[in-house]
Design a protein around this ligand. Structure first.
Ligand code: GLC
Length: 538
């Protein structure tokens, strides 16, 4: 698409490297595994998925307390995942296929085993002391304030040796950096430059709006919630004004290298996502209100329209349904209709105005795995079981085929394969024209050749309904209509706007083309059970 950057027109696919493909048989996915599957992702033909970029969750050296989100060297590769040579090969091989590479930078905190923190905790006089958030005890010798860890418990850890507390928003093995220290800021910017020089095309910024905390360390006011972190309003431990200057600096580094991007993982909801992506501060920001919706067209359209209005044309939306932190949407929404709903969800995600982010496995309608208590690896899962079982279930290995090891590994997988992997796997869906995978492929390739779907305006046209959703995507020269029936009975969706005059040509349906009824102004849009249809005005 002339004039629009790739990260607006393209589809971005998240790979959780531990679980994607294991080339060396140790049971954990690795970079060579990813390289071996690049043709599946995009070989330049509609036989492949056709994604435009991959976002790789962290593969940097890490003791693995938070499975790589605790980094001990920002410019290296953990031997578990391979070598720098493997990484360079991955970049070259991906680029050869037109696939961009997005890295996950975890710069809010480091691992407690990062050399910076080892130095910092060694003595109060150490030059790196101020690189982290060290504090004397508060009144009565307790923690400096009431801040809670996202993963449970107090966010301050007492260090007897130097008689101060340090702050950790996540695990105590993940101390938060002090972004007000110029050395920290410079070192972080050098990390961006290091990877840009190696050919990386963009970054996902982990907990991007928590880099700064209130300089006076004021306690957060209370809120209604179940777990500790949710029982506070996070006024003082994120969203501080200094953030904007850092984003501008990141922006200028990215801009100096051409069309590189940054997408922020923004803690909070739409308001925060909008604040940081308006005006192109961050290229994109995740709006997690979208993932919180129940399976209801009315609920989704409300969020879409609100996001469109709040961005007011000054930022580019992006949409995501699943990631490595939340239950997969096939599980959240599927019930008895996993496949049918996975298709409707895909048709929505891939036709909205905004960059679609996919999570590996959603293209086969993969559900969460089954994790017995003894198999739990995720720290918050261990801590809160059975109230909260952690994130392992959405991180189980991708089944490539029905053989032992599922084509994922020749060894013992690090998390159990899904019980249904013999049925739900890539191989089983590859040649089946009606599979979820085939629909994803068709949708993504259709999107590539349909400017209205990539960049066209969005206009909801169906009367607000609890069954179905319809919208137009329009450029000056093309009008496309998307209609989605969320449920398992046929429905007739009345129109609230008049249909643009003309006749309609079916571009794609989840059902047989024969039975698809073209939309008409008087009778509205008729949809078969769980049907998703895309029409173009001729
Ligand atoms: C982000 C990551 C999550 C991780 C946390 C701490 O929310 O997505 O997986 O545990 O940051 O780094």
């Amino acid at each position: 698409m002339a004039g629009k950057p790739w990260w607006q027109t393209g589809v971005i696919y998240q790979i959780y490297p531990r679980s994607f493909a294991d080339a060396d048989g140790d049971g954990t996915g690795d970079l060579r595994g990813v390289i071996s599957r690049l043709d599946y992702l995009n070989d330049g033909t509609p036989r492949s998925l056709g994604v435009d970029a991959i976002w790789l969750s962290p593969f940097f050296p890490s003791p693995g307390f938070d499975f790589g989100y605790d980094v001990s060297d920002y410019c290296g590769i953990d031997p578990l995942f391979g070598t720098m040579a493997d990484f360079d090969t991955l970049v070259a091989e991906a680029h050869r296929r037109g696939i961009r590479i997005v890295l996950d930078l975890v710069l809010n905190h480091t691992s407690h085993l990062h050399p910076w923190f080892i130095e910092s905790r060694s003595a109060r006089e150490n030059p790196k002391r101020d690189w982290y958030l060290w504090q004397d005890p508060g009144c009565f010798g307790g923690a400096p304030n009431n801040w809670e860890s996202v993963f449970g418990g107090k966010a301050w850890k007492w260090e007897p040796k130097t008689r101060q507390y340090y702050f950790h928003m996540f695990l105590e093995q993940q101390p938060d950096l002090n972004w007000r220290n110029p050395g920290v800021r410079k070192s972080a910017m050098d990390v961006f430059r290091f990877w840009l020089d190696r050919g990386v095309d963009g970054f996902r910024l982990d907990v991007a709006n928590a880099y700064f905390k209130d300089s006076m360390l004021r306690s957060n006011p209370p809120a209604l919630g179940i777990r500790g972190y949710e029982r506070q309003r996070h006024v003082y431990d994120k969203d501080q004004p200094e953030l904007l200057g850092v984003y501008r600096e990141i922006r200028s580094i990215l801009d100096s290298c051409g069309d590189r991007m940054a997408v922020g993982e923004i803690m909070g909801g739409m308001a925060e996502a909008v604040r940081y992506s308006r005006g192109g501060l961050l290229s994109l920001a995740f709006n997690f209100e979208f993932t919180d919706q129940r399976w209801s067209p009315r609920a989704f359209v409300k969020k879409i329209v609100a996001f469109e209005q709040a961005l007011a044309g000054e930022g580019w939306p992006c949409y995501v349904l699943s990631n490595h932190d939340i239950p997969r949407h096939a599980t959240r929404y599927g019930g008895r209709w996993t496949e049918a709903r996975a298709k409707v969800a895909a048709a929505m995600l891939l036709t909205l105005r905004g960059t679609p982010f996919m999570y590996f496995g959603e293209e086969i309608g993969m559900r969460d795995g089954k994790i017995a208590r003894a198999q739990i690896q995720d720290p918050p899962g261990k801590r809160y079981w059975p109230l909260y079982k952690g994130r392992d279930a959405c991180r189980t290995p991708l089944p490539w085929n029905a053989f032992p090891g599922a084509g994922f590994t020749t060894g013992q997988p690090w998390l159990p394969l899904n019980p249904d992997f013999r049925k739900v796997n890539v191989g089983a869906q590859q040649e089946d024209p009606d599979s979820v995978l085939s629909l994803y492929r068709k949708m993504i390739w259709l999107r590539k050749k349909t400017p209205a779907l990539q960049v066209g305006d969005f206009l909801a046209i169906g009367k607000s309904s609890d069954r179905a959703l319809a919208y137009l995507r329009q450029t000056k020269s093309q009008t496309v209509l998307v209609a989605l029936n969320f449920f398992d009975s046929a429905c007739n969706l009345a129109l609230k706007e008049s249909l643009p005059a003309g006749s309609w040509r079916l571009l794609l349906s989840t059902h047989s083309a024969d039975g698809a009824e073209p939309p008409a102004a008087d009778r509205g849009i008729r949809l078969r059970p769980h049907e998703a249809c895309i029409w173009e005005k001729t």
